[in-house]
Ligand binder design. Structure first.
Ligand SMILES: Cc1cc2nc3c(=O)[nH]c(=O)nc-3n(C[C@H](O)[C@H](O)[C@H](O)COP(=O)(O)O)c2cc1C
Length: 189
């Protein structure tokens, strides 16, 4: 409930400070030290990439930022697949729910994303386009459902042309489609 109210405040454009929000959550140590120079920014629909993001955040004592579209993706899986495909085909970059305040604070960025349609989701492209990542060290971490990274690394390099993009960490992870099919079988739906 509170999160929803906070989100609405953000959407109507109140500055985060006025809404009492920290859009990027710093680890306590970093706040005490006056700021962290490492950021973990991630997009995750079903949670696989988020689990990695939280581990990276803890191990690197980094700040955390969730990449989200201003208009959330549909809850329905098939509708999300269709929208993802349309966005990529049309080159549409969705508006972001929020951007990182003062990206210049960070010199190293861990970027987490799932593979959608054998590529990087449009909202991740929008994140890269919206921030000046010149000279920053970018460590991608990528989850996929078993079909590999597609052209996602080329896309990351294209949308962050001045970042120093490092080799990715990648992992096969559960597919929501398989989970959905098993649950449908169980419920005969
Ligand atoms: C819209 C959509 C498209 C997907 N396309 C692919 C794909 O092309 N190749 C693949 O291996 N996995 C694909 N997947 C599976 C996800 O990449 C995989 O489950 C990922 O770990 C999900 O991460 P998340 O839980 O952080 O959202 C797709 C999932 C969704 C929702």
């Amino acid at each position: 409930m509170q999160a929803e109210i906070d989100r609405r405040r953000l959407l109507i454009g109140l500055p985060a400070a006025m809404a009492g929000l920290t859009l990027v959550s710093d680890p306590p140590q970093a706040q005490e030290a006056g700021g962290s120079s490492t950021l973990v920014a991630y997009f995750s629909r079903s949670g696989n990439t988020r689990v990695i993001a939280l581990h990276v955040r803890r191990i690197r004592q980094a700040a955390l930022f969730e990449i989200e579209p201003a208009i959330p993706f549909p809850e329905d899986y098939e509708q999300t697949v269709a929208q993802a495909r349309r966005d990529i085909d049309e080159g549409h970059l969705p508006e972001l729910a929020q951007t990182v305040e003062d990206i210049s604070r960070y010199d190293t960025i861990y970027l987490g994303l799932p593979i959608w349609g054998m590529t990087a989701p449009s909202v991740v492209r929008a994140f890269l386009r919206a921030h000046d990542l010149s000279g920053k060290i970018l460590h991608p971490f990528i989850t996929h459902g078993g079909y590999g990274l597609g052209d996602s690394m080329d896309i990351i390099r294209t949308f962050a042309p001045r970042a120093d993009v490092q080799p990715p960490f990648s992992m096969e992870a559960d597919q929501e489609r398989k989970t959905m099919e098993q649950v449908r079988g169980w419920l005969s739906a």
